[in-house]
Each structure stands twice: as structure tokens, then as C-alpha cells.
Design a protein around this ligand. Structure first.
Ligand SMILES: NC(=O)c1ccc[n+]([C@@H]2O[C@H](COP(=O)([O-])OP(=O)(O)OC[C@H]3O[C@@H](n4cnc5c(N)ncnc54)[C@H](O)[C@@H]3O)[C@@H](O)[C@H]2O)c1
Length: 276
């Protein structure tokens, strides 16, 4: 377990139940951090209620953390909106006095189609959340961490898709590869301030986003979702898909003092299916 007592952590896209953000914040809170649950809260023009973390879900995640003895607040945050990002950092500091850990977790993974059919709008929607959102949150969180002068931790939730190509996922794969570039560049820039920046690259986890991908690719391969998942498991050396806790444990390590000298890494958490 990491000792995160006295630390304050904000995670984006953390409202959706059983998503990676929920697991990450619960782990960081269990390790002693006070946490800020942020997410869209309300459906957007391009994202229906079935794809987002609602206000009720955000509050439920925070309530679970409080019931377990932790401290948590909720802040609605669309990571594409720079004013909202600035305001979320300000609300964090107002509530908890500081910000030490940023987890860039918000992501869109449901716009899946052949590159020859992908529209400019769909491409932009994915890149704006997955990559530009991470940039905006990094910018404003890093400013606060630099002002505090005590270092910090930024962890970007990338993907196996940050390391390899996947059919019909040109925007998603490009955004996640881009996230590794953002990780490496900001690690170099922010290192002198004692801020580490790393990415975690999970393989498939059956979250809300992961389920949409399973349904699409099972249909594409002419398989049932069960058979598609069985085939996937068979190709993973550890013979199971990822769990939210696998990613949460890796994030907690990267946020800990033990990882103080680890920066600019893109760590696979993939049961051995991704090795470079
Ligand atoms: N599930 C997987 O197989 C898997 C694998 C590797 C990486 N990831 C990455 O993990 C992260 C979390 O995904 P998840 O699998 O937990 O799915 P999820 O659907 O539970 O979480 C994605 C969250 O992002 C939020 N979001 C979308 N647009 C946003 C915006 N503009 N501003 C703020 N929040 C926004 C959604 O509301 C949702 O809560 C994503 O970045 C995803 O790409 C997932």
C-alpha cells in the first residue's frame, strides 16, 4: 500500500460506476489521499447518458469513499473546457488546500469504425477528450503543483492502444499514442519541479467503455460476446482480462514515494499481452 496521507488527488472521468476512475480513487483514498471525483455529470450532444458518469453516479462514488472512512468531494468537469478545468483545480484547493496528484482518466472509446468511414467530427470528439483534455488538466494541475513547491504526481490512463494498432480505432489509438508523447514531454518539463509524469497502459477491462468495444468487435468477428472474450483470454499470457483494481494498484504505486524516481514511463498493465 502507498502512504498518501496528506495528499490530495483529482481524477477525471471518475463518476461512472465500475469504471477505472472509480477504482483508482477508491484505492488512493484507501491509501490516505483526500480525493476529488470529477466527471461530465450530464449528457452531451455527442455523448448520451449511456456513455457518461452522471451526477448521481459521481455522488455515489464519493459517498462510498466517505463510508469507508475517506474524504471525497464531487466537481462536475468537462475536460475539453479550459475554464472548467481551471475552476476544478481552484475548487480542489478551496476544499482541501492543495493538489498533489492528477489522474487523467476521462476517455471516449465508443466511436469505432473503419478509417475510411470515420468523420472529421468523430475524430475530433475522441482527440478532444482523450488527448486535449489531458493536456488542459496537466497544464492547470501542474501550475498549482509548481506553486506549492512540493512536487507532485501526474498519471495518464493511456491503453494497450498507446503501444499497438487496432483495427477501426484510428482516433482512439492515435489519441492514446499521443498521450504517451504528452507523458514523456511533460515528464522532462516538470521533473525539475519534483513532479513525475507517467502513463499506465491497461489491456481490455470490462467497464462501460470496454463493454461497447466488446460488443462491436464480437459483432465484427461474427462471435458472441462470450466467445469473443474467451478468444481474448486465450491470447493473454495471464489468461484473464484486466480488472479495474489492476490499473488502480499500478496508479497507486506511481503516486507513492516508492516511485519518486520513475518518470516518463508508459507502464503496461496487460497480463503480458503487451510487452513493449
Ligand atoms: N476499459 C478498458 O478496456 C480500457 C483499457 C485501456 C484504457 N482505458 C482507458 O481508461 C479510461 C477510463 O475508461 P473506463 O474503461 O473506465 O470507461 P468509463 O466509460 O467507465 O469511463 C470513461 C469516463 O470518461 C468520462 N468522459 C467522457 N468524456 C468526458 C469529458 N469531456 N470530460 C470529462 N469526462 C469525460 C465519461 O463520463 C466516463 O465516466 C479511459 O481513458 C479509457 O480510454 C480503458
Amino acid at each position: 500500500m502507498a502512504d498518501l496521507k496528506g495528499k490530495v488527488a483529482l481524477c477525471t472521468g471518475a463518476g461512472r460506476r465500475e469504471g477505472l476512475g472509480e477504482a483508482i480513487l477508491k484505492q488512493l483514498a484507501a491509501d490516505g489521499a483526500r480525493v476529488v471525483v470529477t466527471d461530465l455529470g450530464t449528457p452531451q450532444t455527442h455523448m448520451g447518458a449511456e456513455h457518461i458518469g452522471s451526477s448521481d453516479e459521481m455522488e455515489a462514488v464519493a459517498e462510498d469513499i466517505r463510508r469507508a472512512g475517506g474524504e471525497a468531494i464531487t466537481v462536475p468537469l468537462d475536460v475539453r473546457d479550459e475554464a472548467q478545468v481551471e475552476a476544478a483545480v481552484a475548487k480542489t484547493v478551496e476544499a482541501f488546500g492543495r493538489l498533489d496528484i492528477l489522474i487523467n482518466n476521462a476517455g471516449i472509446g465508443y466511436l469505432i469504425k473503419p478509417v475510411t468511414e470515420m468523420t472529421r467530427e468523430e475524430w475530433t470528439a475522441v482527440l478532444e477528450v482523450n488527448l486535449m483534455g489531458a493536456f488542459l488538466c496537466t497544464k492547470h494541475a501542474a501550475r498549482q503543483m509548481i506553486k506549492q513547491g512540493e512536487g507532485g504526481r501526474i498519471v495518464n490512463i493511456a491503453s494497450q492502444a498507446a503501444k499497438s494498432g487496432h483495427p477501426h480505432m484510428s482516433a482512439y489509438v492515435s489519441s492514446k499514442h499521443g498521450m504517451v508523447g504528452l507523458t514523456r514531454t511533460t515528464a522532462v518539463e516538470l521533473g525539475p519541479h519534483g513532479i513525475t509524469v507517467n502513463a499506465v497502459c491497461p489491456n481490455h477491462v470490462t467497464t462501460g467503455l470496454g463493454s461497447v468495444q466488446n460488443e462491436y468487435f464480437a459483432r465484427y468477428k461474427g462471435l458472441s460476446v462470450e466467445d469473443y472474450l474467451a478468444q481474448m483470454r486465450n491470447n493473454i499470457p495471464m489468461r484473464r482480462v484486466g480488472l479495474p483494481s489492476d490499473t488502480a494498484n499500478a496508479v497507486a504505486f506511481l503516486c507513492s514515494e516508492a516511485a519518486a524516481y520513475v518518470t516518463g514511463e508508459a507502464m503496461n498493465v496487460s497480463g503480458g499481452v503487451e510487452m513493449h
